[in-house]
Design a protein around this ligand. Structure first.
Ligand SMILES: Cc1cc2nc3c(=O)[nH]c(=O)nc-3n(C[C@H](O)[C@H](O)[C@H](O)COP(=O)(O)OP(=O)(O)OC[C@H]3O[C@@H](n4cnc5c(N)ncnc54)[C@H](O)[C@@H]3O)c2cc1C
Length: 466
């Protein structure tokens, strides 16, 4: 196993459970990867959904995913992922994972997100402990570098550890699970339309697994990005209340002071990331004192920030966190719009006109420009005025290695490379032309299900070896 994040950990434990001898390499000092930050996992037709009277079917989910991506994804792979997903929830529960609730990504979204207790870090730790207790090996601070090929089969991997030791691991089957390539500038610039976005939790994800697979003849598929946006610089946590004021569909402006989208698209934040990328990757989220009072003291926020800052939360930490945000150069306040333009660098005339137009839409409860739902139309009228600088960001890359629905790595013309499998963000085929939030929890869902399916396929393959 190369990588011990969401897909690698799920696959390693699934393999250990089947009685195989497993060696896992993990580049970081501890397992988890980006998977540690995740909140929940996709499934459809799970027992939990049935208990909650939630009736989305596998057929519906499959068709929605494929139509959403304009059938540019791998239909057999998507079907395999959807079909396995409910069984994976049972499997995780059987292995001690506790689920808190079902959730959707946005109001009236699909309730496919099974929120686990203790975030991803919780179940990854649990599975790693079981794996260790079963006598299996995890080598941390050790990274896979090159696949070993003999007679057209993959028979292991060459690795290096922190001390500089060269390690050769021979294996009957090898699963790549290194989590994508966002930390690799060269690959980012070559393969992404979104190379300059700021990556969240992407340390060490330098595309090693993808490059290793390509080097032995694997095809290329995918290379998408999980587009998003983020108020403030890296390191501002999701629970920060100044940041939460900008994770709302208020007035979003270009650095010049013009509106550029229906701000409601932040409900599906990859859309927001896409729109932001188009204008160069930086925007200001603007609101006035009345809207701040609404979020801070009165009704609370209109939209939750993930499951960490739920809808209706009163942003009681705003005052406390404001000074740091100002010091950090991403939060601005001014008594007049003219002054706000000055401190942010927006064009004062453009800002004045944009706000006047917007207030006009608020007054008649119709956004004649971008058709935002009137319930999100809040005037920008009562000073002081606030502007929160936000940038395009990403939760990682998706795709790179071409694989089939058994998660066997394949050549460009779909021939499996014997002994080689891949899972999680390293694999293309799940998403069509743009990452989406339609199916909440789908990337961890894809990671865990692809990991499990890869193990099943590897077991079948090993039976054919003498
Ligand atoms: C803040 C945040 C919240 C998220 N929440 C959700 C959510 O609620 N639901 C959801 O579906 N998705 C969520 N995601 C996305 C999800 O976490 C990822 O899609 C998922 O973790 C991908 O799994 P993976 O195994 O491919 O990669 P990872 O989990 O990142 O694991 C890859 C591992 O490989 C290791 N590695 C890299 N190179 C090598 C090498 N050469 N040798 C050995 N090891 C190597 C890395 O160190 C890492 O540990 C979230 C992401 C972020 C950033």
């Amino acid at each position: 196993m190369i990588g011990a994040g969401a897909s690698g950990t799920a696959a390693a434990w699934a393999a250990a459970e089947k009685g195989l001898n497993v060696i896992t390499l993990e580049k970081a000092a501890f397992p988890g990867g980006t998977g540690a930050f995740s909140e929940g996992i996709f499934a459809v037709e799970s027992k939990m959904q049935k208990d909650w009277n939630y009736g989305l079917t596998k057929d519906q989910a499959f068709m929605m995913i494929m139509n959403y991506g304009h059938w540019r994804g791998n239909a057999r792979m998507v079907r395999a992922f959807v079909d396995r997903s409910a069984d994976t929830i049972d499997w995780m529960q059987k292995n001690g994972v506790k689920f808190e609730k079902l959730f959707s990504n946005y109001p009236n979204g699909l309730y496919t997100w099974h929120i686990y207790e203790g975030r991803g870090a919780g179940w990854i730790k649990l599975f790693q402990e079981k794996y260790k207790a079963a006598g299996q090996k995890l080598l941390t601070e050790t990274w896979g570098e090159k696949l070993i090929e003999e007679n057209g089969r993959i028979v292991g991997v060459e690795a290096t550890n922190k001390a500089g030791d060269k390690i050769t691991i021979r294996s009957k089957a090898t699963i790549i699970a290194t989590g994508g390539f966002f930390a690799n500038k060269e690959m980012r610039e070559k393969y992404l339309r979104f190379p300059n976005a700021d990556g969240l939790a992407q340390t060490g994800k330098t595309g090693d697994g993808i490059r290793m697979a390509w080097a032995v003849g694997a095809g290329q598929e995918g290379t998408e990005v999980q587009a998003s946006y983020r108020p403030g610089p890296r390191g501002i946590g999701t629970t920060n209340h100044v940041s939460a004021t900008a994770k709302q569909p208020h007035l979003w402006l270009t650095p010049k002071g013009e509106r550029f989208c229906n701000e409601q698209i932040m409900l599906e934040w990859p859309f927001a990331g896409n729109a932001l990328e188009r204008i160069g990757g930086t925007m200001y989220v603007v609101y006035d004192q009345a809207t701040l009072d609404h979020m801070e003291k009165n009704e609370g926020i209109d939209l939750g920030v993930g499951v960490m800052v739920p809808v209706g939360t009163k942003l009681a930490n705003f005052e406390k966190e404001w000074a740091d945000a100002v010091k950090g150069g991403w939060a601005f306040k001014a008594d007049t719009l003219e002054e706000l333009a000055k401190v942010t660098g927006m064009d004062p005339k453009k800002l004045e006109k944009t706000v006047a137009d917007y207030n006009g839409f608020c007054a008649v409860r119709h956004d004649a420009e971008f058709a935002k739902d009137p319930k999100y139309l809040r005037e920008v009228k009562t000073g002081p005025f606030y502007a929160i600088k936000s940038v395009a960001s990403t939760l990682g890359t998706l795709g790179g290695i071409k694989a089939n629905e058994r998660f066997e790595v394949v050549t460009p013309d779909e021939e499996p490379i014997p002994g080689l499998y891949a899972a999680g963000n390293d694999v293309g085929g799940m998403y069509g032309d743009s990452y989406d939030l339609l199916m909440a929890g789908s990337t961890v869902g894809f990671a865990v299900n692809s990991g499990r399916i890869a193990v099943d396929s590897a077991v079948e393959y090993m039976k054919t070896l003498k």
